[in-house]
Structure formats: structure tokens, C-alpha cells
Design a protein around this ligand. Sequence first.
Ligand SMILES: Nc1ncnc2c1ncn2[C@@H]1O[C@H](COP(=O)(O)OP(=O)(O)OP(=O)(O)O)[C@@H](O)[C@H]1O
Ligand SMILES: O=P(O)(O)OC[C@H]1O[C@H](OP(=O)(O)OP(=O)(O)O)[C@H](O)[C@@H]1O
Ligand SMILES: [Mg+2]
Length: 286
Amino acid sequence: MSTDKLLRIAVPNKGALSVAASEILREAGYRQRSDSKELALTDTENGVEFFYLRPRDIALYVGEGTLDVGITGRDLLRDSGAQADEVTSLGFGRSRFHFAGPAGKYSSLEELAGLRIATSYTGVVRQFLDARGIEATVTRLDGAVETSIQLGVADVIADVVETGSTLRAAGLATFGEVILESEAVLINRAGADKPAGYETFMRRLEGVLVARSYVMMDYDIKSEHVSAAVLLTPGIESPTVSQLHREGWVAVRAMVPRAGAQRLMDELYDLGARGILLTDIHACRL
Ligand SMILES: Nc1ncnc2c1ncn2[C@@H]1O[C@H](COP(=O)(O)OP(=O)(O)OP(=O)(O)O)[C@@H](O)[C@H]1O
Ligand SMILES: O=P(O)(O)OC[C@H]1O[C@H](OP(=O)(O)OP(=O)(O)O)[C@H](O)[C@@H]1O
Ligand SMILES: [Mg+2]
């Protein structure tokens, strides 16, 4: 691969997204740092350079065009106001952004008017309040926002919730609808031309996403039932149907979504399919 211009990629250096981000890149065939103190890593062979940055700063670097692409959270991208776009979601680091207060005290978002709200996501919160014309005081805290109510700094908080255990431990509960559904996303600069190496990088990442969400299914079935069976397993392009040595039987091979694959096996069995096998896909280019 040409090495004159490396694709510059921002990766979370710590926090909830960092391990999974490095994992997806490693699965896509890229070298990743072995020491969490490393700040950058050049993978010349694959034409890319990784910069390990705070997830909150990644949208800024990408929005300014200092780096070509980055992995961050949708909530952090939204919060930053940076001129960066979401290219694709990556299926990990899922969370919901919620308002929360002392359990049982608040029930609707109309009650926010006049309250003191503590959050690390002032951008997201102000956008939400402005859109609804709600006036409230927003205080920015760096983290451990849940403690601010007990300490008398805020009446309510707005924060990331995954399992809800941090909220529960602080005696808090969410109220009102979800403000934002977040997950890890790949971002690039809004309106930017595709830099060298971008298409290959995207194909590799998409290859991993597909390999994670699909499995390969093989089965044998009597020829007379194959038309009904392939309706259940249409594959991506079209399933492979090959002749079996046994007269009147064929073998079918098709990619199927991992979710629901067991149910599909039951349905194929009921149609008369036998020798139904599921195998993981390690990598692919569609
Ligand atoms: N418990 C969680 N589960 C899933 N995603 C999370 C969780 N906590 C944070 N995130 C997501 O991870 C991203 C970065 O948050 P993270 O907490 O890692 O950063 P940070 O708060 O700046 O760093 P740190 O907590 O290490 O100080 C955000 O997109 C957020 O939605
Ligand atoms: O619903 P849960 O599964 O409990 O996860 C949500 C918690 O995780 C994050 O905290 P983090 O560990 O990043 O600490 P921070 O508040 O200091 O950022 C987030 O800010 C919540 O506090
Ligand atoms: Mg955090």
C-alpha cells in the first residue's frame, strides 16, 4: 500500500469506548497500541495513523480537519457542536441520555423550568432546553455528576445512563423521555472530500460490522423444497445451491443475520432441511 499520505484516525484513549474501539480496528486488520500510555501509532503497512485522544475532544479535531476520521459517541459529537458528521454507527457503547432527579420527586420535563441542572453535556442540554423554550440554570461538571444533587449544587442532573446502577446508587431516577440514544459512531469532517485511504478504511470497518452481525448458514434439503427454503435464506446476493451426491438433494449456503438465526434453523428443519450448520464469519468485503 502507498505510504505517502496516511489516513489520520482519532481513537478514544480511555473511558467506555476505548477498548471496543481498538478491538474493532484490530479486527479490521490494523495494528493497535499495546500500551495504554501510547498517544499515537503509525501503521504504515496499512496506510493509517492512529491518535489516541479523549473521546470528548475527537469531534473537535475531526471538525477542524486536523484528523480525517474519528470514533466517538454520538452524544459527544452532538455536545461539541463541531462541524463533523456521523458516517456510520459502530454498534457498541450504547447509552441513553436522560434527565434524573431524586427518586419520585419529578415526573415530567416541564418541571425543569427554574431548576439548577448539572451535566457534563451542556451542549446537549442547552439545545434541548432552547428547543422547548425552557429556562433553567445549566452547570457544567466534569464527571460523577450524580453526586451533585446530594451536595446541593444542583436540583437535577442530565447524564448518560447505561445499566442505571450509578443512578440507583445515588438514590436518583430518570424522568421524562429519553433525550438522546447514543452509541459509538465513526465521524468525518462535514463536507470534506474523501481523503486517500478513506474508502479502504470504510470497507474494512463495514466488513467487521457485517461479520459481527451475520453468520454463514449451510444446510441440505430435498430439491423439491429448495424454493421454499431459499425464501427464508435469501443471502446477500443470492444463496449458493449445489448438487449433493445423494440423488434429489441439494446443499444451500447463505449469509443470514445472526439475530434470529436459531429460529431460522427451526423453520428450515420443519421444511425438511438437515445437516443445518452455523459458522462465524471472521471478515468480509461485500
Ligand atoms: N456506562 C456506559 N456505557 C456505555 N457507554 C457509555 C457509558 N458511559 C459513557 N458512555 C459513552 O462513552 C462515551 C464517552 O464517555 P466516557 O465516560 O468514556 O468519557 P468521559 O466521561 O469523558 O471519560 P471518563 O469517564 O473516563 O472521565 C460517551 O459517548 C458516552 O455516552
Ligand atoms: O448506567 P450505568 O451503567 O451506571 O452507567 C452510567 C454511568 O457511566 C458513566 O460514568 P463514568 O464511569 O464515565 O464516570 P464519569 O461520570 O466520571 O464520567 C456515566 O457518566 C454514568 O455515570
Ligand atoms: Mg464518563
